[in-house]
Design a protein around this ligand. Structure first.
Ligand SMILES: [Fe+2]
Length: 278
């Protein structure tokens, strides 16, 4: 592919990589990462009411809160979601991720009047204030994805691609999961590496090498050597039902392999914007 066939707009897009050998040799990927980070740093956006939480996520990339919803509201939400999973008329997107099956329902495809609890949750002031604070954009029901997730653990001998440590993409972008059941090791909990969002020479060099790898696709995989050379330590987020977890998926993360047949359920709020346009 020649330089001419690559629109300059693709460099300034949210695409994971720019598929151009010359540009990659010139260092376009670390350049995009640095520029996205500089823009993120200088964009003014009020932290809102929840400064402590926003600062914590900006610094560490993750944050978790137990007993997030009042118990009565949590029970009603869980019941509503459980009933949705039983319905035959609801479209389920099934993603075979190797050793695990991720089932997803997009809440916005369903009639809102049938989902009072999910709609109430989708307007939760704390959740959306914090996610706005860390995204540095006004986030609401309208410009976010609200997804119901059901993760089913498959046979141990199959390779679960999401169980490899990785970074989703080169810029700050966030998700928030409310877990509807207790998450133990057998359910395949999230593992997150605090402070892995920090951009330093070590990380830029690895992003550069990744961009030169012609077989590279999807999200960049992270080796144990990278973690130890950056003195980073993963944290496994086993938790009780009704725990809310925020994660900047630019940071390193994966899920632990659970035991076959176990399921975990979550409501996920997810956003992803072009990091060069605010
Ligand atoms: Fe990921």
């Amino acid at each position: 592919m020649g330089l001419k066939s690559v629109s300059v707009f693709r460099i300034f897009s949210g695409d994971k990589l720019v598929r151009n050998s010359l540009l990659n040799h010139l260092g376009v990927q670390p350049f995009r990462m640095l520029l996205a980070r500089v823009i993120y740093k200088i964009i003014p956006f009020r932290k809102g009411k929840y400064i402590k939480e926003v600062d914590f996520i900006r610094e560490n990339g993750m944050y978790q809160i137990q007993n997030f919803l009042p118990q009565e509201q949590f029970n009603a939400l869980k019941e509503e979601v459980t009933n949705l999973w039983k319905r035959k008329d609801v479209k389920i997107n099934i993603r075979d991720q190797g050793g695990c099956i991720m089932n997803v329902i997009d809440v916005k495809t369903l009639p809102q009047e049938e989902l009072p609890q999910l709609i109430k949750y989708s307007k939760n002031d704390f959740l959306f204030s914090v996610i706005s604070g860390v995204e540095k954009r006004k986030i609401s029901f309208k410009n976010s994805a609200i997804l119901l997730e059901k993760l089913v653990q498959g046979p141990q001998h199959l390779h679960d691609i999401e169980a490899d440590m990785h970074s989703d993409i080169f810029f700050n972008t966030h998700k928030a999961w409310l877990y509807l059941n207790d998450v133990e090791l057998k359910h395949g909990p999230l593992q997150y590496v605090p402070k892995s969002t920090v951009v330093n020479f070590n990380r830029l060099l690895r992003e550069y090498k990744f961009s030169l790898d012609k077989t590279a696709k999807g999200s960049r995989r992270v080796s144990d050597d990278e973690l130890s050379s950056r003195k980073l330590h993963p944290e496994t987020l086993t938790c009780k039902a009704n725990t809310l977890v925020f994660g900047n998926v630019n940071g390193y993360h994966r899920r632990i392999r659970g035991l076959e047949g176990n399921e975990r359920y979550a409501v996920c709020v997810s956003v992803r914007f072009n990091p060069f346009i605010y």
